[in-house]
Design a protein around this ligand. Structure first.
Ligand code: NAD
Ligand code: USQ
Length: 407
């Protein structure tokens, strides 16, 4: 298959590109390197020494003989460039990772809020409009998020995208139908993924574009079989307060002797998946496209759910780290239950890597190995979800406030 990977220099896109190339697919990476610019803006670097993209690609060819091209393109800003790419490369599938993906960064300032909305919504819409204009039959595989469902307690097992509903119909039989599971995003970033869902639903219905939307949980781990082939292929490891995700932050904090930063009571329960399973899921999704005219295929791409404070205790136990409850900078329910259906990937052959198998190895092989590169001043999470004072929320309390819906 010819596959274009939008965002192929990122944490998920890079190992996915290598995995697909290793499986014999013809891969082209499309990336504007905006994420490396944000690293510079935040003065925060990956814990692992990621190499410039040209060097990564050169190393991949040297090690495996496979060639991956790179097209430097801003998918959100350069519509004509994107259309030209589709028409000249004629990919069978596009895997779309090219969005600003950090919730804390998206909530940092009005500028980062606006950038996140402009970048993410335009990237997705440009891709869909360009596919229609190119008149090609391209399967879009998009990396979405479990966060579109919201992080309250649903009171049910979260289905794969669609909810069965029964509507009373006066004087007749009730109408039984399925609707998109109602979105309840908890950050500007998560909101852009909810907007993406509507764009996908429209283009699947109106233009018969074939779309798979992967509602992915939090990734943990760093490397995959391919990124381990040579140190120049190493994947990124974010640990700073904006881009570092919870479990990788705990692993890094344990390795450098920093008390594990549990927000609030640590009562949030989230979905997780190892980076190796993520690349496998992308491959499975590519092998099982919907047909033209089908509704968007939505799959929950996660393998386990865990409560944040339980994860902290687990990491503390294996590494003798201390745990510290810090004030929660976000606005989220203090506690939530989360049960998720992930039957499709399991039925299609995914064999999950469990936390118990991989955690200790991750601390030893990655976090401790590169601990000397850590800048501890970048660890605290400083992006506050609510800074408003005139709505009756004093700034000091605002961060722990919850909305009526979340309560
Ligand atoms: P990342 O920031 O490491 O990578 C994103 C890549 O996209 C970067 O290389 C960036 O330069 C590129 N990019 C962004 N905007 C672009 C544009 N307009 N044009 C061209 N390139 C652009 O993020 P990631 O962790 O690899 O996440 C990838 C996708 O997976 C995101 O859409 C994210 O929402 C989703 N996801 C990630 C996680 C996670 O834990 N990392 C979990 C769930 C879902
Ligand atoms: N948390 C802590 N301590 C920390 C960091 C985070 O307690 O040091 C808590 C947060 O308050 C939150 C939970 O851990 O309750 C998860 O935070 P996170 O930063 O790991 O995850 P999130 O902001 O949801 O975003 C990440 C990715 C995003 C992806 C999402 C999947 O950055 O791209 O969409 O995970 S999901 O969470 O399933 O929606």
């Amino acid at each position: 298959m010819k596959i274009a990977i939008l965002g192929g220099d990122g944490f998920c896109g890079w190992p996915a590109a290598l995995h697909l190339s290793n499986k014999g697919h013809d891969v082209v990476i499309v990336d504007n390197l905006s994420r490396r610019r944000i690293d510079d803006e935040l003065d925060a670097q990956s814990l692992t020494p990621i190499r410039p993209l040209v060097e990564r690609l050169h190393a991949w060819t040297e090690v495996t003989g496979n060639v991956i091209d790179h097209v430097h393109l801003d998918v959100a800003q350069d519509y004509e460039g994107l259309l030209d790419l589709l028409v000249t490369q004629r990919p069978d599938a596009v895997v779309h990772f090219a969005e600003q993906r950090a919730a804390p960064y998206s909530m940092k300032t009005p500028r980062t809020k606006r950038y996140t909305v402009d970048n993410n919504v335009n990237a997705t819409h440009n891709l869909l409009a360009a596919i229609v204009e190119s008149d090609l039959d391209v399967h879009v595989v998009h990396l979405g998020t479990m966060g579109v469902y919201g992080y309250g307690t649903a009171g049910m097992k979260i289905p794969e995208g669609y909810l069965d509903v029964e509507i009373p119909h006066e004087g007749r039989d009730n109408i039984e139908t399925q609707i998109l599971y109602p979105t309840n995003p908890g950050s500007i970033y998560h909101m852009t993924k909810s907007l993406d869902q509507l764009l996908f639903a429209f283009y699947a219905k109106n233009d018969r574009v074939r779309i798979t939307d992967l509602h992915q949980g939090i990734i943990w781990g760093t490397n995959t079989a391919e990124t381990l082939l040579d140190e120049r292929l190493i994947n990124r490891f974010d640990y700073d307060g904006d881009y570092g995700t919870v479990l990788n932050r705990f692993l890094m904090q344990a390795a450098v002797g920093y008390p594990l930063t549990v927000h609030g009571t640590g009562g949030q329960t989230r979905a997780f998946i190892h980076v190796q399973d993520m690349v496998r899921c992308v491959e499975i999704a590519l092998q099982n496209p919907p047909a033209p005219g089908d509704r968007v295929m939505i799959l929950n791409q996660m393998t386990e759910t865990h409560r944040v404070r339980d994860l902290a205790e687990l990491v503390a136990r294996i590494s003798e780290a201390e745990v510290e409850m810090v004030p929660n900078p976000r606005q989220e329910s203090a506690e939530n239950e989360l049960h998720v259906t992930n039957d499709t990937f399991l039925d299609l052959g995914l064999e999950p890597t469990t936390l118990s198998e991989g955690l200790l190895m991750e601390v030893e092989d990655t976090a401790r190995r590169y601990a000397h590169r850590a800048d501890l001043s970048k660890i605290p999470a400083t992006s506050l979800w609510n800074r408003r004072t005139h709505a009756g929320i004093p700034a000091s309390m605002a961060a722990s406030a919850t909305t009526p819906a979340e309560r």
